[in-house]
Design a protein around this ligand. Structure first.
Ligand code: ATP
Ligand code: MG
Length: 219
């Protein structure tokens, strides 16, 4: 289980985002909805240990992460978190297979690659360079790369953003099917997909902005 306490992110321009205390349970899927700019990607980056909170704590199974070094955060992410980024972060000049094979350098067992690519409908693209794929195909490669390590936590930022509704629905079904006993947290703009998830969070109500002097005074 992942919980947050008094979590606050502050950017260099003084803008801060404060999040209400959150709780993500094992084996459950969460949809994060909310207006553009309300703080969805920022929350995923905090949970992934990519951004460091200015204040507050993220606890994993009751254990505080606030004292963790960046190296410890990176190691935890590599071992236990599957990230699907809004802009994919794939290596465009490499093939689909090599984007996934690269994870072997981090100790990930990629022996289930063909079966996973097949389930996602992209096995025939295995030897193709990512640069030559469509947006929706790249999205599914990013999903395969995140799922191959059977992560305890899947963080997916708009994984259906480039897909039509039917394909998007199928991708969400794949994510839910593959999450196992872990936790899935998915940002989506499409509230038609919300019923697929165990829990829907309206981030407009959960994330609060603090600007200028108010934010400075807290610093
Ligand atoms: N590095 C930064 N410096 C200053 N402000 C930032 C920075 N990164 C994000 N922000 C601001 O924080 C707010 C939240 O950004 P975030 O990317 O989390 O939004 P989002 O909910 O993911 O939006 P979208 O749906 O468009 O992806 C925005 O107002 C954004 O301008
Ligand atoms: Mg975003």
């Amino acid at each position: 289980m992942i919980t947050t306490q008094d979590l606050r992110m502050r950017f260099s321009d003084g803008t801060a985002i404060r999040y209400d205390d959150l709780r993500f349970e094992d084996g459950k899927s969460y949809a994060l909805l909310g207006a553009s700019g309300c703080g969805k990607t920022t929350l995923l980056n905090l949970l992934a240990g990519i951004l460091i909170p200015a204040e507050g704590d993220i606890q994993i199974d009751g254990q505080s992460t606030s004292g963790w070094t960046q190296k410890a955060r990176d190691a935890y992410r590599i071992a236990h978190i599957g990230c699907i980024f809004q802009d994919f972060k794939l290596l465009e000049e490499m093939t689909v297979a090599d984007n996934i094979n690269l994870l072997r350098l981090e100790g990930v067992d990629v022996s289930g690659m063909d079966a996973l690519l097949d389930r996602l409908g992209i096995l025939r693209l295995k030897r193709r360079r990512v640069r030559r794929l469509s947006g929706g195909e790249k999205q599914r490669v990013a999903i395969a790369r995140a799922l191959i390590k059977r992560p305890a936590l899947i963080l997916a930022d708009e994984p259906t953003g480039n897909l039509n509704f039917e394909t998007g629905e199928a991708v969400v079904a794949q994510l839910i099917e593959n999450m196992g006993s872990g936790t899935l947290i998915t940002v989506t703009h499409d509230d038609r997909l919300a019923p697929r998830f165990n829990c829907v969070m309206d981030m407009n109500a959960v994330a609060h902005f603090e600007f200028g002097r108010e934010a400075d005074a807290r610093a």
